[in-house]
Design a protein around this ligand. Structure first.
Ligand SMILES: Nc1ncnc2c1ncn2[C@@H]1O[C@H](COP(=O)(O)OP(=O)(O)O)[C@@H](O)[C@H]1O
Ligand SMILES: [Mg+2]
Length: 254
């Protein structure tokens, strides 16, 4: 039996009276890349924020490596959060910091390592994502695809147990998408780190993940591997796979 790194159990989340997540259940095994797929507005980012403890669910539990994070205090939650490497939509680099300061941010903030040592770590990590000699540039001087790879370097530099990618390929051009997809695959091969990829782009998602969960109407309506996805009889899942406007999923339904 695979050990579970992330277990989401019966998670419900409201914003005022609006129910965004309803009884969400799924689990991610240690070392696997798992995909959460769903339309824009489905609640994917809200779900991620619950998993990393930035939002608390109204109901349900979230276990990270066996620890229920919904029971933790602020300090304990911060310790758990350090187990995550986060790659946000839009890269979320600091415009006023150099690439070195962005990628080395964790070490500048949380350790007493010397600037020279941090620079060395940053260079080595940038090399892993295929970037060189950009330490002293600012984010605006890079392309969207390069910024995304810098964001990935920033996420992996402190060897997190789990890496979370929110829409890793949204808003970058097709060639850059291909590079980011290969990079995520390579990182997974080399470090066999548990990865959670969230995207509305099924083609990209299926390149990366073996197992996936489909979020619709705040609920997980499918969880399984690619084989099971192909064989599903659920008309909503089939419609999403085909990318068809005809079917049970209404235009406004997320
Ligand atoms: N902080 C918030 N307050 C109120 N509503 C929110 C908040 N964050 C997200 N929502 C709502 O929750 C729903 C899901 O949003 P989100 O998780 O960002 O979707 P996705 O990432 O799947 O595109 C949307 O209707 C959004 O407007
Ligand atoms: Mg989102």
């Amino acid at each position: 039996m695979d050990s579970k790194m992330i277990e989401v159990k019966g998670v419900t989340k409201y914003f005022r009276e609006k129910k965004v997540l309803e009884g969400v259940n799924f689990s991610v095994n240690s070392g696997e890349t798992f995909l959460i797929i769903g339309r824009s507005g489905a609640g994917k980012t809200v779900l991620l924020k619950n998993i990393i403890g930035l939002l608390a669910p109204d109901e349900g539990q979230i276990l990270i490596d066996g620890v229920d994070i919904t029971k933790l205090d602020k300090y304990e939650l911060e310790q758990v959060r350090l187990q995550f490497g986060l790659v946000f939509q839009g890269s979320a680099l600091f415009d006023f910091l150099t690439i070195e300061e962005n990628v080395g941010f964790y070490f500048y903030q949380h350790t007493k390592l010397s600037r020279a040592d941090i620079r060395q770590k940053v260079k080595a990590t940038l090399a892993l994502v295929g970037l060189e000699k950009i330490e002293d540039l600012y984010p605006y001087q890079l392309s969207g695809g390069m910024r995304k790879r810098v964001a990935i370097a920033r996420a992996i530099i402190y060897n997190p147990k789990i890496i979370i990618y929110d829409e890793p390929t949204t808003g970058i051009d097709p060639i850059a998408v291909d590079k980011v997809v290969s990079l995520i695959e390579d990182l997974h091969k080399h470090f066999s780190i548990t990865s959670l990829v969230v995207t509305h782009d099924l083609e990209v998602g299926l390149k990366l993940a073996e197992r996936l969960a489909f979020l619709l109407g705040g609920k997980i309506i499918f969880e399984g591997d690619q084989q099971e996805l192909e064989e599903t009889k659920d008309a909503r899942v089939k419609q999403f796979i085909k990318g068809s406007s005809a079917g049970p999923i209404k235009e406004m339904e997320v």
